[in-house]
Design a binder for this molecule. Sequence first.
Ligand SMILES: Cc1ncc(COP(=O)(O)O)c(C=O)c1O
Length: 463
Amino acid sequence: MATTQEAPRTEQDTLQELARRHLWMHFTRLSAYAEHEVPVIVRGEGCYVYDEHGKRYLDGLSALFCVNIGHGRADIAQAGADQAKELGFFTNWSYAHPPAIKLAARIAELAPGDLNRVFFTSGGSEAVESAIKLARQYFKFSGKPNKTKLIARDVAYHGTSLGALSATGITALREPFEPLTPGGCHVVNTNTYRLPAGMTDADLAEAIAHRIEFEGPDTVAAVILEPVQNAGGCFTPPEGYFERVREICDEYDVLLISDEVICAWGRLGEWFGSQRYGYQPDIITTAKGLTSAYAPMGAMIASDRLAEPFLSGTRSFVHGFTFAGHPMSAAIAMANLDAFEREGILEHVRANEGPFRAMLESLRDIPIVGDVRGAGYFQAIELVKDQDTQASFSDAEAETLLRGFLSGELFRRGLICRADDRGDPVLQLSPPLIAGPEQFEEIEAVLRPVLTEAAELMRRSQD
Ligand SMILES: Cc1ncc(COP(=O)(O)O)c(C=O)c1O
């Protein structure tokens, strides 16, 4: 008797099924995978990752701005394994261990000015959360207890924990969780491609002074800004912006927090983004590239002035996270920074950011490419309906363009980058810092035909 036999289930089938049933992917429409495969990445090497079918992708986003040194580094993994054998874990709550001590000293040495005190965290949101709490407690100790508010910029992303979320300026991420921690205020960002009517570049920093005046200087604790703002698509600061922001912060006794979760560790060709733009923050928050994400780790780096009130008597910063300063992460961060120095990674980024940018600029002849902006290995292309008028796409059109076409098509052709519409629609490219001309050519070979097709698709949809 003839029987119809089902094909045997493969390991991939099982992973797909288990992912759909059990894995809650972050910031993800789970419904999207009802009909499409969940992308399962299994291996990485250099600038490339491989999926479960063995297909190779150019990781044009460094796994979310993280894997700065590149994938698959056995030496960095080994540093973690060696440390785990020696001391797998001990906490930084009242105790220290050599990896955290040595890493704190190394970070202090690299950080600008007197940012000498390093408070470790497990990631970026925790670093931002720590900075907000330090600002508040510092002012309580300094006889200015009403200084609690935080000024951030429109469309900026500073993390998702409730404190950090009050700094995040993206309505869609805030609205489901209202009411947020009080005190988060927002001002215009440095989108110089779309300056608000009547504003010049010089007014952008002044907006911060106006907001401090509006709120009352006695109530404002800190301003939090990224050197180059990620969300919205790599907004760089205009000439003189940070110099003026620093003056404003000094004038009103407001702390300047430089959120460098992305912009540190070579992403802009310097150890810290603030060094590229020549300003001195009171606090730097960082994560991601510190370990090139071979293990989770973040840090809040505070100035001597901010640590000073905590150095005497019964006072302490009443705040902490169990895993912060994890010895394995700290050992991995040390190995990562060793590799940066040994291999001249900062110099490599400085030497290659010009050709990287030039390749992206060369796409400007495609009708959908409106603006190209960014710094270092952190660049974005803004997509527009009309290059001359800079008209942007409606929400529905952006949905068709980004989710309906670009994200899937770029991935299908082997390029991982970010199609983002938290502000106006952009494509972001932020490859591992070891990328060079060969990878830039590959990126262009995918972007040019896909963007040309996207422009045609959008033109037809408007007919
Ligand atoms: C500037 C900035 N701040 C904070 C965060 C939050 O970091 P994490 O996702 O590690 O909590 C991010 C994440 O991308 C970020 O880009």
